[in-house]
Design a protein around this ligand. Structure first.
Ligand code: IPM
Ligand code: MG
Length: 353
């Protein structure tokens, strides 16, 4: 198959992890006979430095034409407040501009990484969950203002925004173990009361085979580290999803392991590891590229419908972990970012024989 993929490396460790992710894409193309055209473009702080804008028009145009977008990370101390133009604005504008309202963040624990998690093995037993985070609404995109001695961030949700993301999450739950947990703060927030009503209606009317329950976000945060195996699919609003997935990443070993896919109505998606730009380790060649590599697997699966290829990348990650290709967030005797890429590419190409 022919596909065009926009590659937005961004800031900090973004370029380092994407260098390995794109090698993996090239190995997939070689093994399965595909033609993937990769197009680099600017986003984030580096884009501000070169063009003045965190999401230049050319980047937007390229992403609109591409079949999928692969992104590294944005942000860094150089652009911290009070800077007016911020790298994160580029990412938020890209998600919104492409209509990518559902952010899929699967959390699974590779058995090789049980020791890397600070949680007890018995707590981690059976962890396999998917968080579907609403991505283009809520407090992230509400009106913001600053007055003399007060600041305001509005949180707005419409019925239609809740419906579409709940529908996507319920469909995915139906393809998994059939359990959906909707997370809100309905005891305090009006947007959450709307969320709960809409989620109940959509699931009852359209997904009778899916078992829905509701949880308050504070309680969910606790359950995630107490008994994570009870979750199948979690659907929640933008900011709750941001916070809960950093917490949930601990279940997968470290934040560096987690991939994500941001989807809208069509097959085009944005794929990025959930970690940030990690300026403290940037440039040292030690960052964990597995989150980016597993994002490639999600890209193959969701945007290109290449399930066999996606599974091959995931299995190559398993082999690389078996061979001890662990970065310093995972093990004391660590290998470099590039060596992880080497191990994954080797496994992908060896499995061909
Ligand atoms: C994430 C990140 C972003 C977010 C930042 C960089 C704007 O934390 O993708 O989880 O909050 O969505
Ligand atoms: Mg986050």
């Amino acid at each position: 198959m022919k596909a065009s993929i926009a590659v937005l490396a961004g800031d900090g460790i973004g370029p380092e992890v994407l260098a390995q992710a794109t090698r993996v894409l090239a190995a997939v193309a070689a093994r399965f006979g595909h033609d993937f055209a990769l197009h680099d473009a600017l986003i984030g702080g580096i884009a501000i430095g070169k063009t003045g804008a965190p999401l230049p028009d050319e980047t937007q145009a390229l992403c609109r034409e591409a079949d999928a977008v692969l992104l590294g990370a944005v942000g860094g101390p150089k652009w911290e407040p009070p800077a007016k133009v911020r790298p994160e604005q580029g990412l938020l504008a890209l998600r919104k501009g492409l209509g990518l309202y559902a952010n899929l963040r699967p959390v699974r624990l590779f058995p090789q990484l049980v020791a890397a998690s600070p949680l007890k093995p018995e707590v981690l037993d059976g962890v396999d969950l998917l968080v579907v985070r609403e991505l283009t609404g809520g407090i992230y995109f509400g009106a913001k203002r600053r007055e003399a001695d007060r600041a305001v961030d509005e949180c707005v949700y419409t019925t239609a925004e809740v419906e579409r993301v709940v529908r996507m999450a319920a469909r995915l739950a139906g393809e998994r173990r059939g359990r959906l947990t909707s997370v809100d703060k309905a005891n305090v927030l009006e947007t959450s009361r709307l969320w709960r009503e809409v989620a109940t209606r959509v699931v009852n009317e359209e997904f009778p085979q899916v078992r829905l329950d509701h949880q308050l976000v504070d309680s969910c945060a606790m359950q995630l580290v107490r008994k994570p195996s009870r979750f199948d699919v979690i659907v929640t609003e933008n900011m709750f999803g941001d916070i809960l997935t950093d917490e949930a990443s601990v279940l997968g070993g470290t934040l560096g392991m987690l991939p994500s896919a941001s989807l809208g109505e069509g097959p085009r998606g944005l794929y990025e590891p959930i970690h940030g730009s990690a300026p403290d380790i940037a440039g040292r060649g030690v960052a964990n590229p597995y989150g980016a590599i597993l994002s490639v697997a999600m890209l193959l699966r969701h945007s290109l419908s290449l399930e066999t290829e996606a599974a091959a990348v995931e299995s190559a990650v398993g082999s690389a972990l078996d061979h001890g290709a662990l970065t310093e967030d995972l093990a004391k005797r660590a290998v470099s970012t590039r060596e992880v890429g080497d191990a994954v590419v080797r496994a992908l190409l060896e499995e061909r024989q």
